[in-house]
Design a protein around this ligand. Sequence first.
Ligand code: MFK
Ligand code: FAD
Length: 514
Amino acid sequence: EEGFQQCPYDEQHPYISDPLLSTLLQRVLPEQTFALVNEDLIRFGERVTTEIRHIADRATPPVLIQYDQLGRRIDDLQTCESWRLLKAIAQEEGIVAIQYERKSGAYSRVHSFAKQLLMVGDCQTVFCPLSMTDGAARVLELEGTQGMKQEILSKLVSRDAKSAFTAGQWMTERPGGSDVSQTETTATLPPDCKQGDVPGARYILNGFKWFSSATDSHVALALARTGPVSSGSRSLSLFLVPLRLPLSVSNRDNTSNGVFVHRLKNKFGTQIVPTAELSLEGTEAYLVGPLNRGVKTISSVLNITRLYCACDSLGSLRRGFAIARAYAYVRTIDGGKQLLRDNPVHTAELAKVSLIYGALMQLFFGAVLLLGRVECNVASEDEKRRLRLLTPVVKAFCAEKAVAALEECMAALGGLGYMEETGIGRLIRDSLVEKIWEGTITVLSLDLMRAASDPEALPAYTRWTDGILTSVPSGLQESLHAPLEFLKSARSMITNLFTKSDSSVPSLVPRPAL
Ligand code: MFK
Ligand code: FAD
């Protein structure tokens, strides 16, 4: 061909070429664990670029066949081969399993999340069902009956993709997803079942679930009402729902447990994820955790999936930033005399992205380390409180900052960045959902306030930061103290907001005249 031809860019190995990840891991992991994780990341990073990326590029959206040629309801949800392969690879690689095998003890979470970070940009949001699988595994570990642990937990954390289960999460209904107090799905005891408050009690669910992303899963955790509507969210319980009965990987009878796929959602992004609306009609389900404590019981899922959300934001930025860096090595400007990477104005923009990426990464792994410690029962009370405070913050910050930085990565490629084939557009579209699912940024801010209403929460946090400050040069200490002072004074405001006793608290929404 004639004329100028653009030189292709080389994204390189997602771990070896990352400007930060290996030094961070080296700093936080014990030597032997680092050696193991480092080796695994080098191997896995290679697999991402040589195999996983090509599988992901061939993915196509799911299709729903509701009726067969005889007019029978079948709800055949057909996902593409790439989606199923990506899920299987993630299972075999131990994305969930590593965190329950706990071979690296409290550092096992760091190991798995570092692997996810390498794959996120090339996985078509397959960590969505895996995050809920992980969350469900944790709930069953904490609250499941012996039977649930043997029959289901073991399959949720399995590396054998042929027999492993995945799990969904059904909280959101039409009256509200942020606020589940108007949940319409009911749970009633069948006539042959008398004791409704024993763990594992069998119930029958009827209702409509407005969003279900892991619709191709084997089980789901669902909120349903077990008491008066007037009790709001305090009369919701948590249920384990098999999507098909009998529950087995080989059962393809999609409507056998009264779970009907009303329609697939027509989404802005995450196109490959089979998000659907479902109606539950006489669906068998089993009580998990105490009766009427469903929100509290499912909060262990939320606190895990929210870290997966943060990893999704961060991992998307990792890939967008890798592409932008790679492009700077091949694109010439200034009459062909200069490479972008040698241009100070361009590299200053990339440096801003690098700063955001680095800051989010430190924040994220700080929370991941704490989660690992809590799960291995080695965390102090202060560390538990810090994790509770940090989880909504990490999810919200990563969601908000990563997409903004991804836009800069797109612009760093000029018009090429805007082309679908480059992939940054899809990353932006897909990661925008992180501002909404698993709690909007406003709802996470309210959750931070809920966590901070524990009188010990902020003192625990400031004890930790005070400890860090002593090692900082005195000139810096003063400026670092300012946000701490703000945090301390914020506590009284938060307490007032919760008790609603202080009319001086500003309200964005005008109060109705009574
Ligand atoms: C690739 C990325 C991976 C992610 C993909 C996942 C796919 C997407 C799937 C979804 O979007 S699933 C749906 C997710 N839905 C949400 O995240 C709901 C957002 N709304 C909230 O989080 C609300 O704050 C909440 C529904 C929890 C409010 O419910 P309530 O019942 O009005 O809360 P309330 O009464 O304050 O709290 C009830 C209890 O739970 C309290 O404990 P106590 O009774 O002991 O006092 C709270 O302290 C506790 N709690 C609430 N949130 C908690 C929590 N405890 C620990 N951690 C939390 N986060
Ligand atoms: P609303 O709760 O109605 O929120 C509307 C607006 O009101 C938001 O801006 C919110 O920030 C604001 N708001 C709400 N409450 C307050 C308040 N107290 N103060 C101030 N502002 C407030 N859910 C599931 O259960 N399972 C799934 O698998 C699932 N998959 C999803 C997949 C996708 C692609 C999407 C987009 C959503 C999915 N969801 C799922 C639903 C998701 O969790 C909800 O959309 C989300 O929690 C918000 O709920 P909502 O849509 O009812 O919005």
